[in-house]
Design a protein around this ligand. Structure first.
Ligand code: GTP
Ligand code: SPV
Ligand code: MN
Length: 659
């Protein structure tokens, strides 16, 4: 199938099914090294020394260059000098513009067709369908995992990748997820024809020649990305943002540790270290190696007595991870320090304690709603060296988005909105796209934890799940056990947000906040969680963290949030930490878990809060929920549902039935 947009793309000899996946064998590579070099002769090495790359990388690069036919190869070193060079070029071309009010900050607008992850075009490719998805009931489409058979994948690749970089530069980006060389870290190499992606990868991951040295005999994840618009371009490129929205595909081959992404330059579609590698591929590696790759923030919380605890929290996209990770406590004496805001890789140590690292190097955060009032630490993080995508820009060279109305110097100032139109506060339409983002180095966060780059990670004492739940779900509850906690995570639901392609609001299941990022069969994933709590023979007993559920988003009858949220969430964390410390005097047992008793959450200094509504566990709501959850787990997970979780389902149903 040739793309009507790109008639020039299908170049022989790449027309046969599966040829995009052709690999040069190691032996053959040595023999044809010269040939490869000759082939590469048509593609000048614009920067770096190809022959100094590890041999297996040379092979990967040569193979893919031959397939995608860029006009040159550029081996990135991740330096500031390199970034400056690329930025200058992009500014000249009009793709980036400097935000003059800050130091080294840039703004960019995408093609309005390329603004978020595209779940419907994101696939896992495995020989057996049930490696990717669960055995759902007859006629029920699985919502966790999106399977494509290898044969179709070959065809899809062949209709896109051959010649797809024609006339563009192929950047080779060596990166580490986690501190370079760390025991929990992993290496990736991304090939991309997007210089915006190069700039963002440099912020979001550790891009450095040191990665080549760390690689040694280790495996690495092969990341292949193209905006999918070879030159000469026969369509109008909008906002100097090349992409090919009709032809988008983001496909993962977990067994091969390989990611193929085509047609989009945006976020999780193109910064392949993030969701594609650190969650979908890494969850596969983690299962094989006995650890966990989760969609979780990591925070260190110090109480007024000076004792620090580390907590991870899994909320679906755009449900408050970045905000909680950098929370500025409204209660005196408390201190929060950020280890990570989106992804946690966790492993039980020899001492039986669970440790977590943040595999990322930066924040790719939701801009709207971020302000000095809601998240001052994020604001401080992006005052320099950051990239803003799809926000508005004032004539004074400042960024603007919904939520900054009260902080902007001149509220009547003229702006260019994310669509490139003149705009002022009060005008119809929006300043920024709801999924507009800032990309900022984590090291610039004033409260980044001193151990955030500790190669061994930080010790985790609690896991929190949460989502946007306008009705029925209390502010916080503690689950009864590790298994009940896993069950609660498996039943996680949230209102849809703009972080994916959804429009309109509805409550959707998002198990473990991993629905869009599930790398393998969800039943096996739950089993993996269960198995991890079991102590291997001859080892120190495993200490499993306590598991909680929070909901900052419950609404009153007028549709207003019942809880102030943001910095006041420390009050909930305080309760959680007192529970961890063994104080059980402040909790009421309900069928879904322990909820705080009145007075057990510090409300000092808060405007009046409707406590009863905030923490109630309404009988009708939960009886309905119990039915819905049974139907969900039975139809979606079916025979793959671990017996232990089925037991939790039965028990919770009984408890709710007896309400
Ligand atoms: P991803 O980067 O997509 O994974 O999102 P995230 O989970 O990091 O969400 P983030 O912290 O960026 O918050 C998303 C939106 O939720 C922002 O508009 C926030 O202002 C809003 N938000 C975050 N925390 C709270 C809260 O406690 N209460 C309320 N009402 N809104 C919140
Ligand atoms: C999310 O959607 O959970 C994000 C943004 O963190 S993206 O990187 O686009 O996936
Ligand atoms: Mn996320």
């Amino acid at each position: 199938m040739t793309s009507p947009r790109n008639p020039s793309m299908l170049v022989p000899p790449f027309s046969a099914t599966g040829s995009s996946l052709r690999q040069i064998s190691e032996d053959a590579f040595y023999v044809i090294n010269e040939v490869v070099t000759k082939r590469l002769g048509h593609m000048p090495i614009l920067k770096g020394d190809f022959h100094l790359l590890p041999m297996k990388v040379q092979r990967f690069v040569a193979e893919k260059a031959e397939l995608m036919r860029p006009r040159g190869i550029y081996i990135c070193d991740g330096t500031q000098h390199e970034a400056d060079e690329i930025i200058d070029k992009l500014v000249e071309r009009g793709m980036l513009s400097p935000l003059k009010a800050y130091e080294n900050n840039f703004i960019c607008r995408t093609d309005p067709k390329d603004v978020a992850r595209v779940e419907s075009k994101t696939w896992m490719v495995t020989p057996d369908k049930y490696q990717t998805v669960t055995h759902t009931a007859e006629g029920v489409e699985p919502i966790m995992g999106h399977w494509m058979p290898p044969e179709s994948f070959g065809t899809e690749l062949d209709s896109r990748f051959p010649g797809c970089m024609a006339g563009r530069i192929m950047y080779v980006v060596p990166f580490s997820m986690g501190p370079i060389g760390g025991p929990l870290s992993k290496i990736g190499i991304q090939l991309t024809d997007s210089n915006y992606v190069v700039l963002c990868m440099r912020i979001m991951t550790r891009v450095s020649p040191a990665v080549w040295d760390a690689l040694g005999d280790h495996d690495y994840v092969r990341c292949i990305h193209s905006v999918g618009l070879p030159r000469p371009v026969r369509v109008k490129v909008v906002n100097h943002w090349p992409c090919n929205p009709e032809r988008v595909i983001i496909a993962h081959r977990p067994a091969e540790r390989e990611i193929w992404s085509f047609g989009s330059g945006y976020g999780g579609n193109s910064l392949l270290g993030k969701k594609c590698f650190a969650l979908r591929i890494a969850s596969n590696i983690a299962r094989d190696e006995g650890w966990m790759a989760e969609h979780m923030l990591i925070m260190g919380v110090t109480n007024p007595e000076g004792h620090e605890r580390f907590i991870v929290a899994a909320f679906p996209s755009a449900c408050g991870k970045t905000n909680l990770a950098m929370l500025e406590p409204t209660v005196p004496g408390w201190k929060v320090r950020c280890v990570g805001d989106d992804i946690a890789w966790m492993k039980f140590g020899e001492d039986g304690q669970l440790y977590a690292i943040n595999p990322e190097n930066g924040f790719f955060g939701v801009a709207p709603g971020t302000s000095h009032k809601t998240n001052p630490m994020a604001m401080e993080s992006f005052q320099k060296n950051s990239i803003f995508t799809n926000v508005a820009e004032t004539v004074d060279g400042e960024y603007f988005w919904e939520g900054l109305e009260k902080e902007i110097k001149d509220p009547t100032v003229e702006m260019i909105n994310w669509l490139g139109e003149k705009w002022r506060i009060g005008d119809p339409g929006r300043a920024a796209h709801p999924n507009s983002r800032f990309t900022a180095p984590a090291s610039q966060c004033p409260i980044i934890h001193p151990d955030w780059e500790s190669p061994h990670g930080v010790p985790i004492d609690a896991i929190i799940f949460g989502g946007r739940r306008p009705d029925g779900v209390p502010l916080v509850f503690e689950t009864f056990s590790w298994l009940h906690g896993i069950f609660t995570g498996a039943c996680l639901k949230s209102e849809t947000t703009a972080a994916a392609e959804f429009t309109g609001k509805s409550i959707m299941h998002d198990p473990m906040a991993m629905r869009p990022f599930m790398g393998y069969n969800f039943g096996q994933y739950l089993q993996h969680w269960i198995d991890l709590s079991k102590t291997p023979e001859g080892h120190a007993p495993r200490k499993v963290p306590k598991i909680y559920h929070v909901n900052w988003f419950r609404l009153n009858k007028e549709g207003k949030f019942l809880w102030p949220g943001y910095g006041d969430n420390i009050r909930v964390i305080d309760w959680i930490i007192r529970r961890l410390d063994g104080d059980d005097s402040h909790a009421l047992k309900t069928p879904i878990g322990y909820v705080p008793t009145q007075g057990s959450i510090n409300m000092e200094g808060l405007p009046p809060v409707n406590w009863d509504e905030l923490v109630s566990v309404p009988k009708e709501y939960w009886q309905e929920d119990a039915k819905e959850v049974r139907k969900f787990l039975e139809s979606q997970v079916g025979i793959d549902l671990p017996a232990e979780i089925r037991h939790e389902l039965d028990e919770q149903e009984k408890r709710i039935g007896a309400m």
